[in-house]
Design a protein around this ligand. Structure first.
Ligand SMILES: NC(=O)c1ccc[n+]([C@@H]2O[C@H](COP(=O)([O-])OP(=O)(O)OC[C@H]3O[C@@H](n4cnc5c(N)ncnc54)[C@H](OP(=O)(O)O)[C@@H]3O)[C@@H](O)[C@H]2O)c1
Length: 261
């Protein structure tokens, strides 16, 4: 028999950027564990395809076309998602972008602002609306709380050369998550951050095709491989489940040991 707290039957999870990459890996595991799943992304076609694949696990799955950088779109979509599913128990703020630059001194203000718009504003809007929903529910007497997850990056604690704007947004996600965790514990709302290392997704396609990277970086990963989106499934299920009901304000590193070697 399965360990019961990992059964997510009756719970509703929202994953932003859930139509591909790490977000899809988490959304799939959540659906496989019994959760109803909402995914948000900008690309309507990819959203529909991902929702169909996820629904094959036998759960209710809905996709919403949302740009998380758009404050009103996020507020409207959070209300719509909660109305469609009746509630939202877990919100994973995963949608993110990474624009490199030839060097820090050549990084344009446009790149900086585009990065902040999604990785910082988008996470702020998403988590604030999620908190509003969860706090309102708690004030109405629902004691089930909620789980918030921010997808940061190893870049938050190690920095990212030529990607300073990106690293700064990820450091900010950690600070936001810790603050939310303290403020909302009284409502039973938990907040944790996940810090992925090198993961094979569209975001890292250039590095995956770079011979120097393959020769110099991946051999430094003690587990000797790229991470994959499915490597985030177990953690998503744990954080969405009652098994993590005393776990909040934490940083969880999933990097194959890269940061300690
Ligand atoms: N891959 C890595 O090595 C790595 C390492 C550390 C941290 N991370 C973080 O992990 C998260 C997921 O990254 P990934 O590697 O899975 O990237 P990915 O494969 O490029 O996927 C990014 C996801 O975010 C969505 N997205 C991007 N901008 C959006 C916006 N403005 N509004 C709504 N959705 C948006 C995309 O959907 P649409 O294009 O349809 O909008 C897509 O679903 C990001 O926060 C990233 O910074 C990744």
């Amino acid at each position: 028999m399965a360990y019961i707290p990992f059964d997510l039957t009756g719970k509703v999870a929202l994953v932003t950027g859930g139509n591909r990459g790490i977000g899809y890996g988490m959304a799939e595991a959540l659906a496989q564990s019994g959760a109803s799943v909402a995914i948000w992304g900008r690309d309507a076609k990819r959203n529909t395809e991902a929702a169909e694949e996820l629904a094959a696990h036998g759960r209710t799955v809905k996709a919403y076309t949302v740009d998380v950088a758009d404050e009103k779109a996020v507020a409207d979509a959070m209300k719509q998602t909660a109305a469609d599913f009746g509630r939202i128990d877990t919100v994973i703020a995963n949608a993110g972008v990474g624009y490199g630059s030839p060097s820090f001194v050549d990084m344009t203000t446009e790149t900086y602002r585009k990065t902040l718009a999604v990785n910082l504003d988008g996470v702020f809007f998403t988590l604030r609306e999620a908190c509003r929903h969860m706090v309102e529910r708690a004030r109405a007497g629902d004691k089930s709380g909620g789980s918030l997850v921010g997808i940061a990056s190893l870049a938050a604690i190690e920095g990212a050369a030529r990607n300073e704007a990106y690293a700064a947004t990820k450091g900010a996600v950690i600070s936001m998550i810790k603050s939310i965790a303290v403020e909302h514990a009284r409502f039973g709302v938990r907040a944790n951050a996940i810090l992925p290392g090198w993961i094979a997704t569209d975001m890292t396609s250039a590095a995956q095709n770079n011979a120097t990277f393959a020769e110099k970086v991946i051999p430094r990963v003690p587990l000797r491989r790229w991470g994959e989106p499915k490597d985030f499934g177990g953690l998503a299920v744990y954080l969405a489940s009652d098994a993590s009901s005393f776990h909040t304000g934490d940083l969880l590193i999933i990097d194959g040991g890269y940061s300690i070697f």
